[in-house]
Design a binder for this molecule. Structure first.
Ligand code: ZN
Length: 238
């Protein structure tokens, strides 16, 4: 594929979405949601704050490799729901936004926090103290989205900070590199330690760095990935 095509395709996700580039001052907003069965006790909260610290440190360190600087001012909110939630949690998120943050939509809330706290972006996370698969709704050119946010689960995670980092990167346009199999095979060969391939590592590979705005000159292997982006763009980002 030649360079113009490559750029055109990569731009499907590059720097798109409400959060734009992952640069400057970041204000991640974590809404810790308690359910009757899985409340947030003090120990769980402390563990999660530590998880966020580790994620911030890993991102700052990776950004440095690309000559970029980041700073974080994470904020926490707490919310309790009366019933256990379904797997997708979408109704719960809408309910939380409406009841806890007034009836603003999530885009407006992000604008409010970014302006009020003078930060570059304010990604939203809804965090459950239970076990399931974390995921992110990410913005992509060509289709509309109610809002961008990530759902995190904390229990029984081997690398909770890495999972948090992976989902945050989605909110800035990063794509999974483990699906479909053809894409995974390329990623395993050229960036086996990428956090978008597996959460055992925290490396931000060159292609991911390009999509989140850390570099304008991705490595040559990155061009193989974009052949598969169109396959991915309408998938929920797991
Ligand atoms: Zn993912």
């Amino acid at each position: 594929m030649d360079a113009p095509d490559y750029k055109k395709k990569a731009l499907l996700c590059r720097e798109f979405g409400h959060c734009g580039k992952l640069l400057g001052k970041i204000l991640p907003i974590f809404v810790l949601v308690s359910t009757p069965k899985y409340p947030w006790d003090e120990t769980s909260k402390r563990n999660f704050y530590q998880t966020v610290h580790e994620m911030e440190a890993a991102l700052i360190s990776e950004a440095k490799r690309y000559g970029k600087s980041l700073s974080f001012e994470s904020r926490y909110f707490y919310y309790s729901v009366k019933n256990e939630i379904g797997k997708q949690g979408k109704v719960t998120v809408e309910e939380i936004l409406k009841e806890h943050f007034s009836d603003w939509n999530i885009d407006k809330l992000q604008n409010y926090y970014a302006e009020h706290f003078k930060v570059d972006s304010a990604p939203f996370f809804f965090v459950f103290n239970s076990f399931d698969r974390s995921y992110a709704y990410q913005g992509m050119r060509g289709y509309s989205l109610d809002g961008e946010y990530a759902i995190l689960y904390t229990e029984r995670k081997k690398y909770p900070a890495h999972t948090c980092m992976h989902e945050l990167l989605h909110l800035y346009g990063a794509n999974d590199l483990y699906y479909p199999d053809e894409l995974k095979a390329i990623a395993e060969k050229y960036c086996p330690h990428s956090i978008m391939l597996a959460v055992d590592y925290t490396e931000v590979d060159s292609f991911t760095a390009y999509t989140i705005g850390w570099t304008d000159e991705p490595d040559r292997y990155a061009k193989y990935f974009v052949d598969y982006i169109e396959w991915l763009e309408h998938q929920p980002k797991l």
